[in-house]
Each structure stands twice: as C-alpha cells, then as structure tokens.
Design a protein around this ligand. Structure first.
Ligand code: AMP
Ligand code: GLY
Length: 421
C-alpha cells in the first residue's frame, strides 16, 4: 500500500517515522514534507490546498490512503473531495471540521449539548460593541471565528483594547471570517486531550501539556508550541472521566445527530480548575508538537489504527503505550515568532544518534547539496522517551546543545510545572 502524508511540520515527520514501522506500507510520500521526511520517504512538492492538482499526483504515484496533518485542508473539505474519488482519507469531513474552522460553530455546539466552556457572545456588527461587552469582567477574551494560524485570540486587560480588537476582526484582519467571539476568561491550568474516533466509537489517544509562549516561565508572545510532555499530570482518572462524559461524548453524539459524524483525531484544548475541565477549543487533528511525543509513546501499529478508524471498527481496539514518559523541545530560529533569518546551516545534524527513545524530528528544514538549513520559525523537535521526565528533558536539551547552528533558540524549562517544582 502507498501512503500520502499531507503537511510539512514536526507533526508530519513523526507520523512518517511511525508509519515507516508498518509492514503493510510499500511507499510513503510526504506532501510537501521537509528535509527530515526526505530521509525516510519521498517528498512531493505539490500544493495540497489545490485538490485537483493533488489528485493528479495521487493517481500518478498510486497513493491509496491520505493522512492529513494540518487543519486547513480539512476545513477546506479534503476528505469529502477524495472520498468522492474513492481515495481513503484519514480525517473529519468538511462539516465536522467546523469544530476548529469556526469558533461560532463550536460554541453553538457547546450551548446545544451543554458542554462546559467559557460563556460567550458572537459579534458580527460594529454597532453596539460597547454595550455587548457590558456583561463581561476583565480580562476579556476576543477571538476570530475562523482559522487564524494561532494568532486569532487576544486576552484584553481593558475594555478599550477589547473594542479595538473586535473592530479589527470585523474589518477583515483575518481572511477566514469577519465574525468575532467574545468570551469570559477562564482561569486554571491548560492540558490537551486526544481521542481517535470512527464516528461511533472513540478511544483516548494520549494527553499532553503544550508550552505555547516563546519565553521561559511561559512569558512573551504565543507561538505554535515550543515544547510539550506526555502524559499530562493534570488529567487524573477523575478528571478524565469528566472530560469523556461532559465534553467528548456529547460532542461526538451531537455531531452524529446533526448528520456528520466525526472521524479522525479530535484534540480538546482544556482549562482545568479544581478538577473541573472546561473546553477552550477543539482542533481537528493532532497537535504540533504534541503529536511527536504521542508517536514516540504509542506502541500500536499506526496504519492499523487509521484503517480501523476509516472502516468504523474501532470498538475492540486497545491502545498500547510505552511505560516511559516523553518530552519534546522545539528548536526555533532566533527571533521567532517575530522576524528571523532563514537558510542558516545546521552543520552536524547527521552526527546526532537516533533510536527508539530519541528522535530529532524536522519541521522547517531544507537540504541543499547534502547540507541541512533552517527554513522557518520552528525548525527541529528533540523528542526523548525516559521513565523520568527530568532525564528525558536533559537528554533532549543535550541533543540540541550539540547542534552547530548559529541561530538556534529553545526553552530549557519545558515541563517546568512538573519537573522543577
Ligand atoms: P486558541 O487559539 O483558542 O487555542 O487560544 C489560544 C490560547 O489562548 C489558549 O491556549 C489559551 O491559553 C488562551 N485562551 C483562549 N481562550 C481562553 C479563555 N476563555 N480563557 C483563558 N484563556 C484562553
Ligand atoms: N500545539 C498546538 C496546536 O497544535 O494547535
């Protein structure tokens, strides 16, 4: 069987690494992939948002199954398009993808099915913004309705700032939508919860804690994620039961009832306070960098799980985990998420020893004349398994310390809430 993996980040490299272990697969193609995926599969330089072009490539390369990493093609309907062409695709359909593609849709689902989440209102008109905000205490959370590449949320300390941010979104700051969601600020600690579901049955597939801020001690601007560890310590058995009963199950039942059952990976971003989880957001895919640690801890054959999901036979599956914990530390280009220099050579990348317990997943890297270069914000993910998170982190850091790359930046405190207290 030939597989196509859509995307080019650390997430897709880790999926590629894991699928590589499946005996049933003949060829893996990464579309477009990165310098890391090129080492273990074949990269195809195709625009995955142009489904017609992608289809031509799929026919040419005889690809039988597509695994979709990022949210954008899912929100644009990649699953619906290829199902019509009789190509198997792992991910939710366009209508169910609105869980991430439209925060207004997600919030309505929460209201309709009584799912605990921040109280919110929708604003679509510049008139009466001030009076709409009257019932919100500071800080106020302002969100763009549509996809915004992680930049769509601001936590406003004053009403004037909130009004300004609402206006900017209404005036088209984000192309995906002009609708605004305003919601109450939730306090507590954040955790990520993942399930794999075939529309009828679901199985938890890992927990993690992401570190979104660029600076140590969780300071500075938000990024795509600077590191994560798994499992999350916040998600105890008691909390997990609440997540399943109050959040995941009503969501899956709700979508099924509406006529578009959810299939694929569902990622719940949660705020937990006093053992009570509330839903902050849904993502319709694995997180990046959370996927990297889950792929390292997962013992099941990933292809088998994906095919069983597509065939709607998840009911009797069991997930097997490594007993070890996992951590991933993201190495970014200095300056990210602001301005940074590209095309800096990473000189001794090939000297790093890789095995089942330590991997260096690539994100924005390219290879030219047998040399590796950084080519974007988040560049590499040092990912390590160990029975102690502290040891896992020092090993992950040691790997990054060894890299001869002048522009590298990474946080040394990933997991500080559980390792350093
Ligand atoms: P999102 O893009 O929805 O993941 O939001 C980005 C980040 O903003 C989240 O990871 C939270 O840290 C924060 N956030 C979003 N909504 C809220 C909220 N209602 N209360 C507190 N923090 C929030
Ligand atoms: N790490 C956060 C995300 O993938 O959305």
């Amino acid at each position: 069987m030939n597989i196509g993996i859509i995307g080019s980040g650390g997430r897709e490299h880790s999926i590629c690494y894991k699928l590589k272990k499946s005996k049933k697969i003949t060829n893996i193609f990464c579309i477009p992939g990165n310098a890391g995926t090129a080492e273990i599969s074949e990269n195809l330089n195709v625009n995955y948002n142009n489904f017609k072009e992608l289809y031509k490539t799929i026919l040419k390369k005889n690809i039988n199954l597509l695994v979709v990493g990022p949210e954008e093609p899912l929100v644009n309907g990649i699953v619906d398009f290829f199902e019509k062409k009789k190509i198997r695709v792992f991910g939710p359909c366009k209508k169910a993808s609105r869980l991430e593609g439209s925060k207004a849709f997600m919030k309505k689902l929460c209201r309709d099915f009584n799912i605990p989440s921040a109280r919110s209102i929708e604003i679509t008109n510049v008139k009466n913004i001030k009076s709409s905000l009257r019932n919100f205490k500071l800080p106020i959370v302002v969100k763009s309705d549509g996809l915004a590449a992680g930049k769509g949320v601001t936590i406003c300390k004053t009403k004037d700032r909130a009004i300004k941010d609402v206006k900017e979104i209404l005036n088209g700051k984000f192309k995906s939508s002009r609708k605004v969601i305003v919601e109450e600020f939730l306090s507590g600690k954040e955790a990520s919860y993942f399930v794999i579901t075939d529309g009828k049955n679901y199985i938890p597939i890992g927990t993690a804690q992401d570190h979104k801020r660029i600076g140590e001690n969780d300071t500075g601007p938000n990024t795509g994620g600077m590191g994560a560890y798994s499992p999350s310590k916040l998600i105890t058995k008691n909390v997990e039961n609440k997540i399943k009963k109050k959040i995941i199950e009503p969501t899956l039942k709700g979508l099924k009832k509406k006529g578009y059952p959810y299939r694929g990976i569902l990622y719940a971003g949660l705020m937990i306070e006093n053992s009570n989880p509330k839903l902050i957001e849904y993502n319709i895919r694995f997180g990046d960098p959370e996927c990297q640690i889950i792929m390292m801890r997962l013992k099941n054959d990933l292809l088998d799980l994906i095919e069983t999901t597509i065939d709607k036979k998840l009911k009797n599956k069991r997930i097997k985990w490594s007993k070890d914990k996992a951590i991933t530390v993201v190495a970014a280009s200095k300056g990210y998420p602001g301005k940074f220099k590209r095309l800096k050579e990473i000189k001794n990348l090939k000297k790093i020893k890789l095995n089942n317990k330590q991997q260096l997943f690539h994100a924005s890297t390219i290879k030219k004349n047998e040399k590796f270069f950084s080519n974007g914000g988040r560049v590499l993910n040092s990912t390590v398994l160990n029975n102690s998170l502290k040891k896992a982190r020092s090993k992950a850091l040691k790997i990054l310390d060894k890299l001869d790359w002048e522009n590298k930046y990474y946080r040394r405190d990933i997991g500080h809430q559980v390792i350093d207290k």
